[in-house]
Design a protein around this ligand. Structure first.
Ligand code: FEO
Ligand code: CA
Ligand code: CA
Length: 672
C-alpha cells in the first residue's frame, strides 16, 4: 500500500488522524525497555540481536551464541538466495516458479484475452483482477493437486493499468479519470475464485469450472451481526440496512475450518469522496456529533480514488452512511458460486488486514485481526457457538455471534484482551455509544476509551496451531516519536517493523490474558547499523534478515513463513521484498532465511501451501511501483501503448503484471 500510504500522509484527514492524541505513553527509554523485556531467561537463551548483544556482552559471548545456533539442525531445508534488487524474481535453487494467474487473465470460457489497449469493465469482470493479495487453497476431495484458489484483489494503480493516463491521478486531482476508467477499476477489485489442477511442476486454470467466480464492488453482499439493520447502515438504495453492494480493498484474509474464505476490507475510507475537499468546512464537521467523530477517526473521506465523482454512493455529501457499510470481514462459500457473501459485523469495523482463524480447544472459533494503520490495534473475535465438524451450515453462522476484544500489551510481558461490549464501563451513551451496533461500527473509538495499545501498523496476526502461539506482524511506523515508545513498540521511527509472539494463557485462545515477547526487531543487524537496534539470532546471514513483515503463514510442521512489504524502504535495506523462513523454536529461534525474492517495487503477499506442502502459492503485488521510476519500464505511466518504440520486447510486461505464482520442487517432494 505504499503509493496510497504516501498520499495518506498528504491528505488532510490522514494528517489529522495521525496527530490524534495517543494513549498515555510509558515514557521509558529503549534501554529501560530492553532490560525489562529481556529477562534472565532471554539472556540464557542468547536471544539478543547482534547490536544489543555486542553492546552488553561483547563479541566473545556473541560468537558462542552463534556457534550454539549453528550446531542446531536447520529446520528449513533449502539453500538461501541472495538478497538484492533487480527487475525479476528469484527462488531457491531446485525450485520451479511459474505465474499461474496474472492481472487480466481469462477465467471463464467466454472471457476475452488480456489486451491492455482494449480494457473494459465488462471484460475485467471476466478476468483475473488487479493487485492480488491474500491467497487460500481449498482442496477438492482432499486433493493437493486439484482444488479451488481464492485470491483477493486489493486496489488499483491507475497509472500502471491504463495506457491513456499520463501520470498518477490521486496526487493530481484525478483530472484524467473518466467514468469508464473508474468502472474498470471497480471491476478489477474484489475476489477471484477459480478451479485449478496440478500438471507436473505446474498448475492450470479450469476455465469451464462451475466454481469460477468474480466478486467485486458490484456484487450483492449480505450483512449480519450487531450492525445489521442499524440506522447507520441504511442508505437511499437500502432502506433496511441489510443489502450492501460490493466489497473493496480486499487485502489479507483467512480460511475457516469449515472451508469458507474470509476476505478483509482494509482501506475502505480511501474510496470515499466529497465535493467539499477544498472547502473550509469539511463534511465531517457538517455532520456533527458522533458521525463527525467517526469520520475523523477513520479518515473518511480518504479521497484516494475518483469513484465518488461518478457514483453517488461513494460521495459522502450524497450518501453519508455508505462508509459504515465497508471495513468489515466478509465470508464467502467458494464451493457455491451462487451463494451470497456475508459481512460479519460482530468482528468490528476498521482497516482489516486479515482474519486468521484457529479452532480453540473448547470448540469455539477464534479469529485474529490487525487494523493496519499507524497507531492502531490488534483484535480478537471469539465465537459464541462451537464448531460442529458434521454441520457445515451451522458453522457458517459461527462468525455472526460472539465477542470482539482488543489487545493491551503491558510492559511486564503480560497482556489482556479487553472486551468491546456495549454497556461495559466507557462503552455507554455518555461516551457516544448507544448500542452494540455503535461499538462495532466505531470499533476504533471503543478501543480508544478502553486503553488498548497503539501498535506499529498491525498486519497479519497468525496463529500457529502446532505450538499454540500467535505471531503479530507489525510492519513499520516511522511516525512514532521517541517519547511515544512502549514495551510492545519499542523503537521510535520504526522503519523496519517487528514481530510479536503472543502466548495465550493456558494455551486457551479464548483466555482473557496472555504473555508476549518480541520475536524479532527487523532491519539490518550488522554492528555498523547498530542504530537500527535489530534483534535476530546471530545465525541469521546477511541475506536472511528482512524488513517490514506483512503476511505470514504456518506450514504443516508449524514453521513460520513471513512475506514482506517494504514500500520504498527497499532503497534503505538494499533488498527487494521476499519470503523468509523464520525459526520460532529451539536454539535457532529468531533465525531467518530468504527463500524467494520479488521484482523490485512489488510487495509479496499470499503465502499459502497445499496440504501436502508440495506447492506454494505466492501473490506478487504491484511490481513496478514504489519508487522504481529510474528502472527500465518500472514505476512509470503504463508503457503498453509504446510496444514498438522504447521497449519492443516487453509489450505485455512493462510494467510487469501483478500475478499469483506457483512454486514446486524440481524432481518432486515437499517444499523445504
Ligand atoms: Fe493491504 Fe495492510 O496491507
Ligand atoms: Ca498487507
Ligand atoms: Ca496469514
Amino acid at each position: 500500500m505504499t503509493k496510497k500510504d504516501e498520499f495518506f500522509n498528504r491528505a488532510a484527514a490522514a494528517e489529522a488522524h495521525d496527530d490524534m492524541p495517543r494513549s498515555p505513553q510509558s515514557g521509558e527509554t529503549i534501554g529501560d525497555v530492553i532490560l525489562k523485556r529481556f529477562n534472565r531467561r532471554d539472556l540464557m537463551r542468547g536471544a539478543f540481536g547482534v547490536a544489543a548483544a555486542t553492546a552488553l556482552f561483547g563479541p566473545a559471548v556473541l560468537k558462542a551464541s552463534a556457534a550454539r545456533a549453528g550446531d542446531a539442525p536447520d529446520r528449513f531445508d533449502f539453500k538461501e538466495i541472495e538478497a538484492g534488487v533487480d527487475t525479476t524474481h528469484h527462488v531457491a535453487e531446485g525450485y520451479w516458479c511459474k505465474p499461474l494467474l496474472r492481472w487480466g487473465d481469462p477465467l471463464f470460457p467466454d472471457s476475452p484475452e488480456f489486451d491492455p489497449l482494449k480494457q473494459t469493465a465488462a471484460s475485467q469482470l471476466k478476468q483475473f483482477g488487479y493487485n492480488n493479495d491474500y491467497v487460500a487453497y481449498f482442496p477438492i476431495d482432499g486433493s493437493s493437486s486439484h482444488g479451488l484458489l481464492c485470491v483477493n484483489h486489493e486496489y488499483t494503480n491507475e497509472e500502471l493499468m491504463f495506457p491513456v493516463l499520463k501520470e498518477r491521478q490521486d496526487t493530481t486531482g484525478f483530472k484524467e479519470m473518466t467514468e469508464e476508467l473508474v468502472n474498470i477499476e471497480m471491476a478489477a477489485h474484489g475476489v477471484t475464485i477459480v478451479e485449478i489442477v496440478r500438471d507436473g511442476l505446474e498448475w492450470h486454470v479450469v476455465r469451464d469450472s462451475p466454481y469460477n467466480r468474480r466478486i467485486s464492488p458490484l456484487t450483492p453482499i449480505g450483512v449480519d451481526g450487531p450492525a445489521a439493520g442499524d440506522e447507520r447502515l441504511k442508505t437511499k438504495a437500502d432502506a433496511v440496512g441489510r443489502e450492501i453492494v460490493g466489497t473493496l480493498n480486499n487485502c489479507a484474509g483467512g480460511s475457516t475450518p469449515w472451508g469458507t474464505y474470509l476476505t478483509a476490507e482494509e482501506n475502505f475510507h480511501a474510496y470515499f469522496w466529497t465535493d467539499q475537499r477544498d472547502a473550509e468546512c469539511k463534511p465531517a464537521q457538517n455532520l456533527g456529533g458522533e458521525q463527525a467523530a467517526s469520520y475523523a477517526r477513520y479518515g473518511v473521506p480518504g479521497l484516494w480514488q475518483a469513484w465518488g465523482k461518478f457514483h453517488e454512493r461513494f460521495n459522502v455529501d450524497k450518501e453519508p452512511n455508505e462508509p459504515n457499510r465497508f471495513g468489515w470481514i466478509v465470508e464467502i462459500d467458494p464451493f457455491d458460486a451462487t451463494s451470497v457473501p456475508v459481512k460479519h459485523t460482530a468482528l468490528g469495523r476498521f482497516c482489516h488486514e486479515g482474519a486468521e482463524t484457529v479452532l480453540n480447544k473448547d470448540g469455539r472459533v477464534v479469529v485474529y485481526c490487525g487494523d493496519d494503520t499507524r497507531g492502531e490495534y490488534v483484535y480478537r473475535f471469539v465465537s459464541e457457538g462451537r464448531y460442529d465438524p458434521g454441520d457445515r451450515k451451522a458453522n457458517m453462522s459461527l462468525l455472526s455471534n460472539g465477542t470482539l476484544y482488543v489487545a493491551r500489551f503491558d510492559a511486564d510481558g503480560t497482556g489482556r484482551w479487553l472486551p468491546l461490549e456495549f454497556g461495559a464501563p466507557f462503552l455507554t451513551p455518555e461516551f457516544g455509544f448507544r448500542s452494540q451496533a455503535d461499538v462495532v461500527i466505531d470499533a476504533r473509538r471503543a478501543a480508544d476509551v478502553l486503553g488498548a495499545t497503539r501498535m506499529d501498523r498491525p498486519e497479519d496476526v497468525q496463529p500457529n496451531p502446532v505450538n499454540g502461539k500467535v505471531y503479530i506482524n507489525l510492519t513499520n511506523n516511522d511516525k512514532r516519536k521517541a517519547d511515544q515508545v512502549d514495551a510492545a513498540n519499542p523503537r521510535p521511527e520504526n522503519y523496519f517493523g517487528h514481530i510479536i509472539e503472543l502466548a495465550p494463557s493456558g494455551g486457551d485462545h479464548a483466555a482473557d490474558t496472555f504473555t508476549w515477547e518480541i520475536l524479532v526487531r527487523c532491519g539490518n543487524p550488522h554492528p555498523l547499523w547498530s542504530g537500527v537496534d535489530a534483534l535476530w539470532n546471530p545465525a541469521t546471514s546477511d541475506n536472511g534478515w528482512f524488513a517490514c513483515p506483512d503476511n505470514s503463514c504456518v506450514d504443516d510442521e508449524g514453521r513460520l513463513w513471513v512475506a514482506t512489504d517494504q514500500g520504498d524502504n527497499w532503497a534503505r535495506t538494499g533488498r527487494a521484498d521476499g519470503l523468509y523462513g523464520l525459526e520460532t523454536d529451539g536454539p535457532r529461534r529468531r533465525t531467518s532465511k530468504m527463500f524467494f525474492r520479488v521484482p523490485v517495487g512489488a510487495e509479496l503477499c499470499g503465502p499459502c501451501f497445499t496440504p501436502d506442502r508440495e506447492t506454494l502459492f505466492l501473490a506478487v503485488q504491484h511490481p513496478g511501483a514504489d519508487g522504481t521510476e529510474s528502472l527500465y519500464g518500472f514505476g512509470q505511466p503504463s508503457t503498453y501503448k509504446k510496444p514498438a518504440t522504447r521497449w519492443p520486447d516487453f509489450r505485455e510486461d512493462r510494467p510487469p503484471r501483478p500475478s499469483v505464482v506457483t512454486i514446486t520442487k524440481i524432481g518432486g517432494g515437499k517444499i523445504a
